[in-house]
Design a protein around this ligand. Structure first.
Ligand SMILES: Cc1cc2nc3c(=O)[nH]c(=O)nc-3n(C[C@H](O)[C@H](O)[C@H](O)COP(=O)(O)OP(=O)(O)OC[C@H]3O[C@@H](n4cnc5c(N)ncnc54)[C@H](O)[C@@H]3O)c2cc1C
Length: 376
């Protein structure tokens, strides 16, 4: 099979699908290539499902800007298209005077980033909202919520297909070659050599494999700073009827380098409660939950949530963050760029799209659409 596409997107996770839904207006010959048999089987279904408000990220970073823009866009999309969401609000809870100072810093940073309506609460004010939470003060973020990420991906797919895009499953990109008017791409179907095609624009939304795709295109990923670190986050569900004990998402104050945002309480749209995600750098992709970590989850949760008992916790699931930030290193921003300066015009890399990637997905899509405007 030989065909020509204008835009090919590698990966049918929430980011690749959001990009497809956005760029179909620029061209009808849009293909999304996905190695799995369905969309969203990797990181896009192994997360907290939180619509973040943009508090944690360094000022002027892509993470901050795209999260704040994505927050507004996502609520609008959900309202307009009937996608499940709840604007629950979140509390970041301080347990010491030192942590209260950190909260003030977070409030300042969040405000500067554009996170809306952040408010410091005294212990009394916090207790009024969440009587079962322990702490000395809290930062309230009313614009934090949760979303049905599966419904969101289905919405992106419907928009992409309506615009004429094709989503091709069981199709793994195995080779990329620079050719005169774009890229020659070779794929494997079901593990066997499949077909080749050419595309003018190639967009790498391959999540945990995005560094390998960049390498296939001839980029020296060590030199470019694109080498990913896998960072596992496990979740434990909270049972025994405890899930009605809080109404909002409850977070601790994050550690300074924000490797994760701390083991927190998330609620899903059915009101089920879980704790997570933890932070553990790993060498390979393995989604099992280590039951020996239960004690650590219990210890970190019970300070804020004294009603939780050890027996309430059950291992639930795990996700893996595609991180550019290695262990002990400073926070790294999303990389979203056209690689013209590496001799690869029209090759757009999205690298290190960890949290808040779900929240940012509609804003990332707009950003990518602007990047490729000049190429098509
Ligand atoms: C524990 C955890 C908690 C999180 N919580 C939140 C949260 O609460 N809020 C938030 O905003 N974000 C959160 N995130 C981040 C969010 O989940 C991700 O940013 C987002 O899902 C990334 O989507 P993606 O499409 O880039 O990647 P993926 O979902 O991983 O999709 C990439 C796709 O590319 C495909 N692919 C890879 N290689 C190839 C190839 N060679 N050929 C064809 N296809 C290929 C894969 O099969 C996959 O389907 C969390 C992440 C984790 C791990």
């Amino acid at each position: 099979m030989q065909f020509k596409s204008d835009i090919a997107i590698i990966g049918a996770g929430v980011v690749g699908l959001a990009v497809a839904a956005q760029v179909v207006s620029q061209s009808r010959a849009v293909y999304v290539l996905e190695k799995n048999e369905r969309f969203g089987l990797e990181t896009s279904s192994r997360h907290s499902g939180v619509i973040h408000s943009g508090i944690y990220y360094p000022y002027d970073s892509l993470k901050a800007k795209l999260c704040v823009e994505g927050n507004s866009l996502l609520y609008e999309i959900c309202r307009k298209h009937g996608i499940g969401y709840k604007k629950l609000g979140k509390l970041i809870v301080a347990n010491s005077d030192e942590e209260v100072e950190q909260l003030r810093g977070l409030q300042e940073r969040g405000k500067r980033n554009g996170a809306k309506s952040l408010k410091m609460l005294s212990k009394r004010e916090m207790k009024k909202l969440e009587p079962n939470v322990e702490g000395v003060a809290a930062l309230l973020s009313p614009w934090t919520g949760i979303v049905d990420s599966h419904g969101l991906m289905q919405h992106y797919i419907a928009r992409a297909k309506d615009g004429g895009a094709n989503i091709v499953y069981k199709t793994k990109v195995a080779g990329i070659e620079k050719v005169a008017d774009g890229y020659g791409v070779t794929v494997e179907e079901d593990g066997r050599k499949g077909f080749s095609f050419t595309t003018q624009v190639l967009i790498n939304c391959a999540g945990l494999y995005c560094d390998r795709i960049a390498e296939l295109a001839g980029i020296d990923i060590a030199k470019a700073g694109y080498k990913l670190h896998y960072c596992k986050g496990e979740y434990f569900s909270v049972g025994n009827g405890k899930n009605r004990m809080v109404e909002r998402l409850i977070y601790p104050v994050p550690e300074p380098k924000v490797t994760g945002v701390g083991i927190h309480v998330t609620l899903d749209l059915e009101g089920r409660m879980r704790l997570g995600p933890s932070v553990e750098y790993v060498d390979s992709i393995d989604y099992s939950v280590d039951t020996r970590h239960k004690e650590a989850f219990y210890e970190s949760a019970r300070k804020m949530l004294p009603f939780i008992e050890y027996e309430d916790l059950e291992p639930e699931m795990a996700g893996i963050r595609p991180k550019l930030q290695g262990p002990g290193e400073d926070i790294r921003d999303f990389v979203i760029r056209d690689e013209s300066d590496k001799g690869l015009p029209g090759f757009v890399n999205l690298i290190g799209i960890e949290s808040p990637g779900l929240t940012s997905s509609p804003a990332i899509a707009r950003y990518v659409a602007r990047l490729i405007e000049g190429v098509l």
